[in-house]
Design a protein around this ligand. Structure first.
Ligand code: KIV
Length: 271
């Protein structure tokens, strides 16, 4: 038996078991082969190929411009690296809203061309037809409620969602709807912690939070944010585990000095 065949791949079923036994689920984004390999080897449960690639990879202001082809490129790069984690690829803006047949063909392209394990999309009752149609093809779907960055032009701000009772009630109903439809999990973004806990306790499927408090079943962060590569973005929910921006700039500065002073390459570093 090879080393690789001994690795027990994380499945949607295993995530459900983790929730049942109260084991928290750790999820992070990745967008490229090298980072995904490190994140997977470190033992992460779920890797999200988020449409946040539009921001952190391409430098766009929002997630809206990223295309299906670009998400497929990122998804394939990540899947090529991952041996253990469950991989989820975001359906980008404009590829599933308002047309469930288009939603299915977008999801099928992602599944065929990336070999990912699952897809994620934003919204509740508004997109339920698309969710059901994708699920009917045997494609695992993860929901995403609360702050939905693809709807930023409707919300107007990236502030905390569902503080008002009516919005909180809709969010809970949407979460139940997604569970009933057959989603294997839901991401809740930037909502009050108390609501996060209520949603988690109301559902059997895992609820993964980003700024949704500690009462949910797991946490997700954008890898560039938690490693301190991005610097301007500092929401309250973000814990930085490293200051990689400083490390990278330091190393690059050192390299520049060595090149300018002709210290690099030395005799051992040439043929
Ligand atoms: O695109 C993304 O990175 C996401 C996370 C913020 C959950 O959807």
């Amino acid at each position: 038996m090879s080393v690789h065949s001994e690795i027990r791949k994380v499945t949607t079923h295993r995530l459900a078991e983790m929730k049942q036994r109260g084991e928290k689920i750790a999820m992070l984004t990745s967008y490229d082969f090298s980072m995904a390999q490190l994140v997977d080897e470190a033992g992460i449960d779920v890797i999200l190929v988020g449409d946040s690639a539009s921001n952190v990879f391409a430098g766009n202001q929002t997630t809206l411009p990223i295309t299906l082809d670009q998400m497929i490129y990122h998804g394939r790069s990540v899947v090529n690296a991952v041996k253990r984690a469950l991989v989820v690829v975001d359906l980008p803006f404009g590829t599933y809203q308002g047309n469930s047949k288009k939603a299915l063909s977008s999801a099928i392209r992602i599944m065929k061309e990336t070999a990912t394990d699952a897809v994620k999309l934003e919204g509740g009752s508004e997109v339920i037809e698309s969710v059901e149609r994708i699920l009917s093809a045997g494609i695992p779907v993860m929901g995403h409620l609360g702050l939905m960055p693809q709807s930023i032009n409707k919300f107007g701000t990236y502030s905390v969602r569902a503080r008002e009772e009516a919005e909180a009630e809709k969010l809970l109903n949407d979460a139940k709807l997604l569970e009933e439809a057959g989603c294997f999990g839901i991401v809740l973004e930037k909502i009050p912690a108390q609501l996060g806990e209520i949603v988690s306790k109301s559902l059997r499927i895992p609820v993964i939070g980003i700024g949704a408090g500690g009462g949910v079943d797991g946490q997700v962060l954008v890898i560039h944010d938690m490693l301190g590569i991005t610097q301007q973005f500092s929401p309250r929910f973000l814990r930085r585990y490293h200051n990689l921006a400083a490390e990278i700039k330091g190393a690059v500065g050192h390299y520049i000095e060595d090149v300018k002073s002709a210290d690099f390459p030395n005799e051992k570093e040439q043929y």
